[in-house]
Design a protein around this ligand. Structure first.
Ligand SMILES: [Zn+2]
Length: 612
């Protein structure tokens, strides 16, 4: 999952208010899976999803599930509480209405065992059908959303599963819609039109649907079909569409190169553009992802970054993932201290895919990286493991999603250190590819030992215990001064002139509220209540004030004279201050004095290359 930074707090879900209550109730749901509440086994499972123009007007979907069962024990059917990738409890059962159950054609008794579990009593009848309506009115890539000509539907929203039974059951899905509407999904065709099949529940709920009117085209990338489905029709102009295809064709091959294989038969980029949505957000799946964007993000610089991030997840988290999330459980949260790898390192590879594929140049990559450094420095110190765990409760201290940029930077540090220790013969790519083979391909998640063993092996046996203790489990600031030179890079930090006041705009102008002790303003005699007129002869109401101040004084020495013009009551005064500087944003640049090995490492990272 990723959202644009402007939308970190608002976008990820519209259900923040639900969450606090929902988490507290997570335990009883878990208890449903104990032995005394196991569903009778079911087979021949089929789901029917009906969404026509009439349903679209009512913003609802009709869902039916049919199966056969034997014996007289109750069948317990549950809906997921969350969608993997969107790490929060949403409780999809809340949008179910008009639930009913029949067996062998007759109505049968049912009640709720829990708020997301229905208990059906077939009383010896064999063929059971349950039906319900599902309200589709939430614009969120993990929830269902209907428009008069369109539906986004996630399997987690509507596909009931039998409690306590294995998830490894096959199922068929048939979509019933108007003949002039389209269906897009990553699900495999079951042969007939609009009928699909999955061999297990995990795949079934990991392949969302677009149903209705939308644009759809496809192209071969890395020898497989990529489909690009965008709603509403016409929302992505032909030139922007061409640019999007160009970006997809550039970022996918470098990602394939990391793992050495394309894990999908086909991949569908599913994109919704809607002006009611603030920011941009993507949610990953094994052979598709769903993006929701406000119109200004279409064709923006963030767009290729979003695509590259979500597509890299097809390997990292959908297949290679932490042991805590293997296998997925849908009735309760699955926190892990390793989202900094699943999300942060995914974001590092999104930047690498952009530079290796030619979407951005080296300077652009360094700017993306520096942006993350500034973001992390502005946040409260927090361990990557703690930030990873915390995301489920949406902490309010500004660190809710810091494991994205901070995890990305941890990946960058590890990449440099591995390349340095191995004379650039190995890289973080080897760690990712090795774990993909030794964990995912062996049908399991990776453990902390798996991770650090792989990192250490790539780094010629170097121990990362201290790195782990200080920067992953610990809160120490990252060791940029010692690691960046290994890749021929250095930090440059601008200084910005600082007066040391907080101000407020009122009807009379810009008024001083607070003055920092020892600041230039205090030493010059500025008082709370003074109105600032100009600083260094630059009017404080100048739209370009910040840029003009930096241009005029950026090269000056600390302590140089600074005229501060103010109004104090009826008086106009000029106070004589002295220039002070504060640190500005960090920038990252190549060090022209870097040695041959460091240059080789820097180039290796940018090009995805290692030495022979
Ligand atoms: Zn993500």
């Amino acid at each position: 999952m990723i959202s644009s930074e402007r939308s970190w707090t608002g976008v990820v879900c519209g259900c923040l208010a639900v969450l606090a209550g929902a988490s507290a109730h997570a335990q009883p749901v878990q208890s449903v899976s104990t032995n005394d509440s196991v569903s009778a086994p079911i087979r021949d499972v089929r789901y029917d999803v009906t969404f026509t123009k009439a349903h679209a007007q009512a913003k609802l979907v009709e869902v039916a599930m049919t199966f056969s069962t034997t014996g007289s024990a109750p069948v317990l059917l549950s809906l997921p509480a969350w969608t993997p990738g969107a790490y929060e409890i949403t409780n999809y059962a809340r949008w179910v209405t008009a639930f009913s159950a029949t067996a062998d054609g007759h109505a049968v008794a049912w009640d709720k065992l829990d708020y997301d579990t229905w208990r059906i009593r077939p009383a010896g009848a064999k063929f059971v059908k349950v039906s319900f309506r599902y309200a589709a009115d939430s614009l969120d890539n993990a929830i269902a959303w209907a428009k008069p000509d369109f539906l986004l539907l996630n399997g987690t929203n509507v596909f009931l599963f039998p409690e306590g039974q294995p998830f490894e059951y096959s199922a068929t899905v048939e979509v019933h819609t108007d003949s002039d509407w389209r269906v897009a999904t990553g699900m495999s065709s079951a042969g007939s039109s609009r009928t699909y099949s999955a061999t297990n529940y995990h795949d079934l709920v990991d392949m969302p649907f677009f149903i209705g009117k939308f644009d759809l085209d496809s192209a071969r990338v890395s020898d497989k079909w990529i489909r690009y489905a965008t709603y509403p029709a016409g929302a992505v102009s032909s030139s922007v569409r061409q640019a999007a295809w160009d970006q997809l064709k550039k970022v996918i091959p470098p990602e394939v190169a990391v793992f050495g294989e394309v894990p999908w038969d086909n991949y569908t980029v599913m994109q919704i553009v809607d002006s009611s949505f603030m920011g941009a957000s993507g949610l990953e799946h094994q052979n598709s992802h769903v993006d929701v964007l406000s119109p200004q993000y279409v064709g923006s610089e963030f767009q290729p970054s979003l695509y590259a991030h979500e597509i890299f997840h097809a390997w990292n988290v959908k297949r290679l993932r932490p042991a805590e999330m293997w296998p997925y459980r849908y009735s309760r949260p699955q926190p892990t201290p390793w989202l900094w790898v699943s999300e942060g390192i995914t974001d590092y590879y999104a930047d690498l895919a952009e530079v290796r594929g030619g979407v951005v140049d080296a300077k652009g990559f360094l700017a993306l990286t520096a942006g993350k450094m500034n973001e992390v420095m502005a946040a409260a110190p927090i361990a990557l493991q703690d930030a990873s765990l915390n995301t489920w409760v949406h902490p309010i201290d500004g660190t809710e999603y810091i494991y994205y940029p901070k995890g990305s930077l941890a990946g960058f540090l590890l990449d440099i250190m591995i390349r340095d220790a191995s004379d650039n013969k190995k890289s973080l790519d080897d760690v990712m590819r090795g774990l993909y083979q030794s964990s995912y391909k062996q049908g399991k998640g990776f453990t902390p030992t798996d991770w650090w063993t792989a990192v250490s092996a790539a780094a010629n046996g170097k121990s990362f215990a201290q790195f782990d203790a200080a920067y992953v489990d610990g809160r120490d600031p990252f060791p940029w001064d010692s690691v960046l030179p290994l890749a021929g890079l250095r930090v440059r930090q601008d200084r910005v002139p600082r007066l040391g006041v907080t101000t407020q705009q009122d009807a009379s102008g810009i008024v001083v509220r607070d003055i920092a002790p020892g600041s230039s303003a205090e030493r010059a005699g500025v008082r709370a209540g003074d109105y600032l007129v100009s600083i260094g002869d630059i009017a404080v109401d100048d739209q370009q004030f910040g840029a003009r101040i930096r241009a005029k004084y950026g090269a000056s020495v600390e302590g140089a004279p600074l005229a501060i013009k103010i109004r104090r009551g009826a008086e106009a005064l000029t106070l004589h201050g002295q220039l002070q500087f504060a640190p500005g944003e960090i920038m990252l640049e190549p060090d022209p004095a870097a040695g041959a090995k460091a240059v080789m490492i820097r180039e290796g990272i940018l090009k995805g290359a290692v030495s022979k």
